[in-house]
Design a protein around this ligand. Structure first.
Ligand code: FES
Length: 169
């Protein structure tokens, strides 16, 4: 049912852009906002709808780093690893967050699809180093403790929304 609702949304996005192949990037951006990533079958659907080859659509989706073909969590935590943040020990933040989220090995997304943890290069807020961004919210002068608190707050909020138990690791 959810899948069907989202597919309707993709059709709306295509209509809003007049099924114009020249608006492919705008269309993919809107689709990614809906799914939080670009599912392969939706890329194929977009290609057919725009009369483009799947290879062309796939090529655009993989060319821009802004697009992702892998599912991501509801909350995307980006730890800045630019020079200013790196010298202020951003890797310690990354380790603390990974531990709190229970991420193992090369996993970057929690199994419940709530969080994705990534690194980014300079976020342009070096004066606040070290910096993390959760979705669009910027947190400066982070310590491992403060970063974990940010996550715990979100977990509490989600518990209230979903009636889920907060998972302790
Ligand atoms: S290096 Fe992190 S904000 Fe610039």
């Amino acid at each position: 049912m959810e899948g069907l609702r989202k597919l309707e949304k993709v059709c709306q996005i295509l209509e809003q852009n007049n099924r114009n192949p020249g608006r492919l990037i705008t269309i993919l951006q809107a689709v990614q906002e809906e799914y939080r990533y670009l599912p392969e079958e939706i890329l194929a659907f977009v290609a057919t709808s725009l009369n483009l080859t799947p290879a062309r659509v796939y090529g655009v989706a993989t060319f821009y780093s802004h697009f992702t073909l892998k599912p991501k969590g509801k909350y995307i935590i980006r730890v800045c690893d630019g020079t200013a943040c790196h010298v202020k020990r951003s890797t310690v933040l990354l380790d603390a967050l990974g531990l709190r989220l229970g991420l193992k090995g090369s996993a970057t997304t929690t199994p419940d699809m709530l969080f994705t943890l990534e690194t980014v290069s300079c976020l342009g807020a070096c004066g606040l180093a070290p910096v993390i961004v959760v979705n669009d919210e910027v947190y400066g002068q982070m310590t491992p403790e403060k970063a974990v608190e940010v996550i715990d707050e979100i977990m509490k909020k989600e518990e209230l929304i979903n009636g889920k138990k907060v998972i302790k690791f």
